[in-house]
Write a protein of this length. Structure first.
Length: 307
């Protein structure tokens, strides 16, 4: 069941862009994102915050800023924000949809106006490049990993026309891994996905613990076979294709071995550990065990940080 706070008139009448933001206990991050959104010039937009029972001031901060705030029940164990994103889109009215995380920040006040200019009849989805703002060793390793993916098929489209979003049926809420990659692949079956542009979103990932990274991949492993089956059914990549694509991204940026060897080599160590965590998750799923690491403390923006 999804409830909502009263919506302010300011955003109730906007119909050009709908910004959808899933949240859970984001009172430290959300004000920064909202400030960057409210500074946008020349664009009508609405902000839809989909909150899963935050125990802090997240819903009130969003409501005070004039956002439409939807309330959804929080699952017993962590699940990706796919269902929250779908609920947010269903409650929104904009022609264009932008799916953001609470720990993101638009790079300048003309971001949405520039983004609007990238859409056309032939281009109905746009990849938003991300620049991680990270602290701590493993967070910086993930930031460097994301840098390796820039301009590759690993990046996913966060901006899309409502028409195309509805056509592909929204996010697949039944999988716990690859939901962003999955929907981008389905977009590409119907339109050109724009990636060759300078627009960048700042992603304030902060400090992430190795244990959190591995718990996340364990969770992914529990539905990875389902994801791969559905990917094959739509002509998507196989497991070996995904692995080789990631590896080629790292090899392409081998210059980082000279400029940042400590974090570059850390990518390969981390990927090996994450692979083992995924295999372990697959094994738990295969034998039908219900016991798994408690992932309830991982919020939506941490999901984006760990992907």
């Amino acid at each position: 069941m999804t409830d909502q706070y009263p919506i302010s008139e300011q955003y109730g009448r906007c119909t050009e862009f709908s910004i959808v933001v899933p949240t859970y206990n984001e009172e430290r991050n959300l004000p920064r994102l909202l400030a960057s959104l409210l500074s946008q010039r020349g664009i009508e937009f609405e902000i839809v915050v989909v909150d899963q029972e935050s125990s802090d001031r997240t819903p009130q901060i969003a409501a005070d800023a004039g956002c439409l705030v939807l309330k959804r029940r929080r699952a017993a164990f962590y699940s990706p924000p796919a269902a929250s994103r779908n609920a947010g889109v269903a409650a929104s009215r904009g022609k264009y949809i932008v799916n953001l995380d609470a720990d993101m920040e638009l790079s300048d006040g003309d971001f949405l106006e520039s983004l609007r200019g990238l859409f056309s009849e032939d281009t109905q989805a746009v990849i938003l490049h991300e620049r991680d703002v990270a602290t701590g060793y493993w967070s910086k390793v993930k930031a460097l990993e994301r840098l390796c993916y820039t301009g590759s098929s690993i990046e996913s489209a966060r901006a899309v026309t409502r028409e195309l979003f509805d056509k592909v049926g929204g996010y697949n809420a039944t999988i716990s891994s690859g939901e962003d990659y999955d929907i981008s692949h389905r977009y590409a079956l119907h339109t050109k996905v724009h990636t060759d542009h300078p627009l960048t979103v700042n992603h304030h990932t902060g400090r992430v613990q190795l244990s959190s990274l591995l718990k996340k991949k364990f969770s992914y492993g529990r539905t990875v076979n389902q994801y791969l089956r559905e990917s094959r059914s739509t002509g998507g990549p196989t497991a070996m294709t995904l692995i080789s694509t990631h590896l080629m991204c790292f090899i392409r940026r081998r210059d980082l071995l000279v400029t940042d060897p400590g974090h570059y080599l850390g990518i390969f160590l981390l990927r090996a550990l994450e692979f083992m965590a995924i295999v372990l998750g697959m094994g738990f799923r295969a034998v039908g065990l219900s016991s798994e690491p408690d992932l309830r403390r991982l919020d939506h923006s941490e999901h984006s940080r760990l992907s």
